[in-house]
Structures are given as structure tokens and as C-alpha cells.
Design a protein around this ligand. Sequence first.
Ligand SMILES: Nc1ncnc2c1ncn2[C@@H]1O[C@H](COP(=O)(O)OP(=O)(O)O)[C@@H](O)[C@H]1O
Ligand SMILES: O=C(O)[C@@H](O)C(=O)COP(=O)(O)O
Length: 416
Amino acid sequence: MLLGVIGDDFTGSSDVGNMLVKGGMHTVQYVGIPNVPADPWVEAGVIALKSRSIPVQAAIEQSLAALTWLQDQGCQQILFKYCSTFDSTPQGNIGPVTEALAKALSAQGVVICPAFPATGRSIYQGHLFVKDTLLNESGMENHPLTPMSDPDLRRWLRHQTNGDVGHIAYETVAKGVDAIRQRMNDEITLGRNLVVADAILDDDLHVLGHALADRKLLTGGSGIALGLPDNFRRNGSLSGSGKTWTPQQDGKTAILSGSCSNATREQVSRHIARHPSREITAQAIMSDTLNAADLANWAKAQDGLPLIYSSADPKAVRTAQDQYGGDELAHRFETLFGQIARALVADGVTRLITAGGETSGAVVEALDPDQLEIGPEIAPGVPAIRAHADLVLALKSGNFGGPDFFEDANAILCKT
Ligand SMILES: Nc1ncnc2c1ncn2[C@@H]1O[C@H](COP(=O)(O)OP(=O)(O)O)[C@@H](O)[C@H]1O
Ligand SMILES: O=C(O)[C@@H](O)C(=O)COP(=O)(O)O
């Protein structure tokens, strides 16, 4: 294995896996830390953790355990993948996990770069934009678990770190590889080991990836992986031959959505106009009257592409969280979605589409496949995935995908 990736959620892990597959690396996504060695053909291994919203210490421990396994597989470089909208609270987890990984690897000059231009995430003057709005005006300020109220990545990260945070400004990135390397070395000399890098276009990420080829640890969104396959090609270690993936899957589709993000809510509202759907409200989930097997049976009996969703607008989410508590609600929704997924697959569903990072994590953990093979792209950041011989998945990050994503995903998963 050449590149080891530690992903802090499941959709994010398939997003970076997608990027690496497109770059020509044979990539596998692992569900948690494997207890056996990787297959020899794996060039990039992505360990999907569900560590984005758990307590800091647990996130550090899981990430370090993932690092140990990846080092045992011979990885030349480690990438810590978090969200392109930098989803985290001021108390963690991106800063502490990055600092712990850097310490374990004795890594200096660790880039912080969540930019992902294909989905509109860019960084300029240390500030994160989603398309033409600053992060804190993009809808992410209403996220149920990690509301993002400050677009300045340096300031947000400083809440989470022991050390100071540096910056590679766009004017330096635009000057190219040597200028970036020089600036990174200057930041190290100044004692700033974690360094936010501006990036607006894919080209910037290619150049950053090239400039950082020798760094033991990189961090960012999937965009920072854009230039990495070429680094391995340049040093002669990427073979470019190996396993291919078969996307076609017969059978039945079901969709589960626990994402309350803007894009998902639009996708849900378009989908329910054309396909059977069942909404799970906060009141219903707190009443203890819902049964996963009944919901799965309902979905199984429908024609078209049945959708079970809890996606709700920010006002409804806030009201429910005030009434029942955000953590309790998230726990209940995630548990139920996991149980429904298990019942659906036991009942013969063979194509499962999920929306939401935490939701997808709960679903995949409930299904407990050994490893996920990353296949063709459905939308930027979302690949088709094979979980086993009879099950394909699409794990959609909250804000990814076009307006008809669920139909688009089904078309790819069914494709002959
Ligand atoms: N109606 C709702 N009210 C409150 N919380 C909800 C509701 N529906 C889902 N959630 C919770 O909100 C969180 C959404 O996060 P996630 O699944 O990661 O979506 P996204 O990818 O959009 O961030 C999950 O923990 C989910 O269980
Ligand atoms: O980088 C991204 O935006 C995604 O890969 C990601 O991590 C998404 O997380 P969710 O929005 O929680 O699905």
C-alpha cells in the first residue's frame, strides 16, 4: 500500500476514495480498522472511521490505531481526510487528531486544506467559501452536529490546537512548487506546524500535492488528494494495473436520508414528488412507536425508488433539538436508519443509497461489510461502491449531488 487515508466519516471516505480511483490508484475503503492485512493489489487504503462528532480522546485513539495499521501495510504517506466544509466544533476534532498524527509520525509542516473546487469549496486568505458565500453563510451554520459559524480556518483551528497555525497564501500557491515548499519551511521555522493552504482551482491542488510529495502527513478534503497519484507515478511506485470493478447490480433499490443539509433537502423534495416516501419526524422517533422491520417491509413493497427520510429544515431541527436534545435525536435516528438498512438488505434490497455522513456511517456499520470497493463516479465526491457480491451502495455526503441525485445514483448502480 502506497497511500494510507484516515477518513473521519464514511461519505467523506468514499469521496476521497473516488478521487484516488479517478487518479488511477486501486483503492479500497475499510469499515473501521481491519484485523487482517490488506490485499496486495491495494495501492490506496482508506480507513473509514466515524470520528467526526465523537469525543476528542476517542477520535484521537481511533485515528492513531488506524495509523498503526496503515503503517504496517507499508504506506509511504498518510492523509487525514475531513470534511470540505471543515465540520468540527471549536472543541475538536480536526486539530487534536492532526496534532496526534503529526506527533506519532514526527511530521513537520502539515497542510490543512479542505478545498474541493468541483463542489464549490475554495480557500482564499485563509477563509473557506462554499461557491460564492462564506462558509458561515452557506447553510453550514445550521448543521445539526457541527454548526460552522466562522469561515476563517486559521481562527477556527486555533480553538482546537495546542500549537499556532500558519498560512500559505494564494499568491504563494500561484507561484508554484518551489514557493510553496519555501513557505512551508518558513512556517516550520516559525513554529507553526499546522499550515492552512489557500486553493481555488483543481490546478492549485495539483501543485500543492506535488509540492507536498515528501510530507509524511497531509490533511484536507478530497481535493488535496488530487495531485497524490502523480507523485507515486513520478517516484515509480504506481503500477496502473490491477482490479476492475463491476457496477451492475440486479434487484431492488431503497434510499435512506438522515441529512438535513440544503442539497439533500432539495433532492428529497424533488424525489418525493415522483417516488413513494415515508418521513420519520423527530416526534415519531421519540415516541418509540417506530419499527425498523415495518419500515423496511413498506419499502420492499413499493414500486419505483422508495425513500425513508428524516431530513428536515433548520427551524424544525432546532425546535426538535431544543425539545429532545440534539445528541439523543441523532443517536435515535442513526440507530433506526442502521436497523432499517439491516432489515432491507436481509429482505433482498441490493442497491442502497444513503444521504448524510453520520447517517451513512450508521448504516454501513450496521451492515458491517469487510471492505468497500470504490467504483465509478455518480457525482463529484460520490462513487458507486460494492459492499459484497449482492450489494452496491452510494453514500452521499449531505451537500453533494445534483437535484435528482437519487435517480442518478440508481441509474449508475443498475447500469449494465
Ligand atoms: N429531523 C431531524 N432532527 C434532528 N436531527 C436529525 C434529524 N434528521 C437527522 N438528524 C441527525 O442529524 C445528523 C445529520 O448528519 P449527517 O447524517 O452527517 O448529514 P450531513 O451529511 O448532511 O451532515 C445525523 O446525526 C442525523 O441523525
Ligand atoms: O469533504 C466533504 O465535503 C465530504 O467528503 C464529507 O466529508 C461530507 O460529510 P457529510 O456532509 O457529513 O456527509
